[in-house]
Design a protein around this ligand. Structure first.
Ligand code: SF4
Ligand code: SF4
Length: 105
């Protein structure tokens, strides 16, 4: 999931746009993120879902409460949940999320 920094990837006239968090509107940060282990997520970003599970809180716009809305960077990158760490940039789930939100042409 979304990086701690957003470097600009190399581009050229014949270079297809790479699948990278640097060019993504943090699509996967709208998914429900279960907290499966203690990585130090601040309590203010933790909610309880209807089944009583601890999850990342989301705001009314649908994105994770820990996402910086201006930079689209994770504000708790070093303490992000295990599921966020395992989410593969460019992986199948990532591509699905980007397509669902119109990030893919
Ligand atoms: S959907 Fe993929 S490219 Fe976008 S922020 Fe998540 S991991 Fe990065
Ligand atoms: S904790 Fe960070 S990486 Fe995980 S969903 Fe929230 S903003 Fe995205």
């Amino acid at each position: 999931m979304t990086q701690s920094t957003r470097p600009t990837p190399p581009q050229g006239p014949d270079t297809p746009e790479p699948v990278t968090c640097a060019t993504c509107a943090a699509c996967c940060c709208r998914l429900e993120v279960l907290l499966l282990s203690d990585t130090g997520v601040p309590r203010r970003y933790i909610a309880t879902d209807p089944w009583g599970r601890r999850v990342m809180a989301r705001l009314d716009d649908g994105w994770c409460a820990a996402l910086d809305r201006d930079t689209l960077l994770c504000r708790i990158y070093d303490r992000r949940p295990w599921l966020c760490r395992e989410y593969a940039e460019g992986g199948d789930d990532c591509l699905i999320e980007r397509g669902c939100l119109g990030a893919e042409d």
